[in-house]
Design a protein around this ligand. Structure first.
Ligand code: SDX
Length: 430
């Protein structure tokens, strides 16, 4: 291919084909293939979209080789250290950090929606207690739309602000109800006077028969974890939200699809499997090498959960930050969690092992997050729900960007590999 300034050219079928190049603000360059099929009859094949950009986006930038993550140009390290989750949600959704007045207005709006329709509790009751929390969350999120069917006019800024505030306010209520149902506890109501993370904690843990003692260490740690999970460009669940929304399905229906995608063990479900893996290693005498060998054995389906990433071929910056918090939170709480020691030993052993080093497999966001969730008293089955709670503003922001850009319905092509035409064989002759 001859690279021209803003085009590439290649020869196909005796024709000289020119395709335009698009370069983003961080100098990532893509070949625009929108005209490829009409001009050549060719389509591109990239199973799992490992090399395919599905969209342009101005929300989150990741440099996987350098371990960089920025939301709207601000580094994740700075936001995790200096901002609050609702500020970061505002930044992701509306594109700028809010002024004090804008944040105050957004928080007032959010407080107006800290009551969910009681009818949703009837649906919650219908679930078996053994149901996975993410299955319940996906179903309740889709059902929520039925209680609030108003279609969202993406051109109406005031409506957008209201919708975002409503979903950010209602989602933690749903997640807490799911947790309380699984524990057989009475459902709590939001406390609109508390800041976001403190309200999440009281929704989950307040017991009606006792005074609820808020712990600033716990709520600060949760607030940071929510920030670290808030967006991550075109990951699997965000792609699901965008694809469903591209048909002009509603925001809650699209978020419900994102919740279902996040449940998968190769995506958000990994944080639950990390802790279960570490507990299994502990129960098995702490034999780190045995599990590293299993992860390297192609005949063994076992993978090192919390390790590896499609984009990061360096440290996941979130994993580094969370690892630091894990030490801090456990120390402040006086918790000595043996699986943290196993996690650290596993990490250092893997990072010294050529199998992982040569494949650039590093700890990802899920590797240490579960250790903090455990310290917060959150049960392992709720870990992916907490991931969804953090990712909510990212899903909202990405869906809004897709709709504001008036993107077409997502409908990929394929390469057919099945039977060519054949004649029908009557039943009595088969
Ligand atoms: C998240 O996309 C996002 O941004 C996601 C996320 C977000 O914030 O939204 O960051 C959140 O999903 C983090 C990832 C959580 N999942 C896990 O921790 C599950 C374990 N990780 C792997 O399954 C895997 O690393 C993936 C799925 C995360 C990424 O896999 P890829 O990019 O498709 O890479 P691959 O499966 O093609 O693996 C390449 C090689 C293979 O070996 P070879 O064929 O070259 O011999 O690396 C090996 C794989 O077997 N490999 C692993 C491994 N991860 C990759 N081997 C053992 N253990 C692992 N964890």
């Amino acid at each position: 291919m001859n690279e021209m300034r803003d085009h590439i050219e290649f020869e196909y079928g005796g024709e000289n084909i020119a395709l335009p190049l698009t370069t983003g603000t961080e100098d990532e360059t893509a070949i625009e293939i929108g005209t490829l099929r009409n001009t050549t009859g060719l389509v591109t094949l990239d199973i799992g979209y490992k090399n395919t950009a599905s969209t342009t986006s101005a929300i989150t930038f990741i440099d996987g080789d350098k371990g960089i993550l920025r939301y709207r140009g601000y580094s994740i390290e700075t936001l995790a250290e200096k901002a609050r989750f609702l500020e970061v949600a505002y930044l992701l959704i509306f594109g700028e950090l809010p002024t004090a007045d804008q944040l105050l207005k957004f928080e007032q709006l959010y407080r107006q929606y800290t009551l969910l329709d009681e009818g949703l509790k009837k649906l919650l009751d219908a679930f078996p207690s053994a149901a996975h929390p993410m299955d319940m969350l996906s179903a309740l999120t889709a059902a929520w739309a039925a209680f609030d069917p108003q279609p969202l006019d993406v051109a109406d800024a005031e409506q957008l602000c209201r919708s975002a505030a409503k979903i950010l306010a209602g989602f933690p209520i749903l997640t807490s109800w799911i947790y309380r149902k699984k524990c057989g506890l009475p459902l709590n109501y939001a406390d609109a006077e508390l800041h976001y993370a403190a309200n999440v904690m009281q929704l989950m843990f307040r017991v009606p028969t006792a005074r609820y003692e808020r712990d600033p260490v716990l709520t600060a740690a949760l607030d940071k974890l929510l920030i670290l999970h808030a967006d991550h460009e075109q990951n699997c669940s965000t792609t699901a939200v965008r694809v469903v929304g591209s048909s002009r399905a509603g925001l809650l229906a699209s978020i419900s699809a994102g919740v279902s995608a996040l449940l998968g063990p190769l995506h958000g479900g990994a944080n639950q499997f990390v802790v279960e893996m570490l507990q299994a290693i502990k129960a098995d005498g702490g034999d780190i090498e045995k599990y590293l060998d299993k992860a390297k054995d192609k005949a063994d389906p076992f993978r090192l959960m919390g390790f590896g990433h499609r984009v990061y071929k360096n440290f996941d910056p979130r994993a580094k930050i969370i690892k630091g918090y894990a030490d801090d939170v456990l120390e402040k709480l006086g918790v000595d969690d043996p699986i943290l020691d196993i996690a650290k030993k596993l990490e250092s052993a893997a990072l010294a092992d050529d199998y992982f080093v040569s494949r650039k497999i590093f700890p990802n966001v899920d590797f240490y997050s579960g250790i903090i969730y455990r310290a917060l008293g959150i049960p392992v089955e709720m870990f992916t729900v907490m991931f969804a709670l953090g990712r909510l503003p990212g899903w909202i922001a990405q869906w809004l960007e897709m709709r504001k850009d008036e993107q077409p319905v997502s409908r990929p092509r394929q390469v057919y590999t099945g039977h060519t035409q054949r004649d029908f064989v009557p039943l009595d002759q088969r």
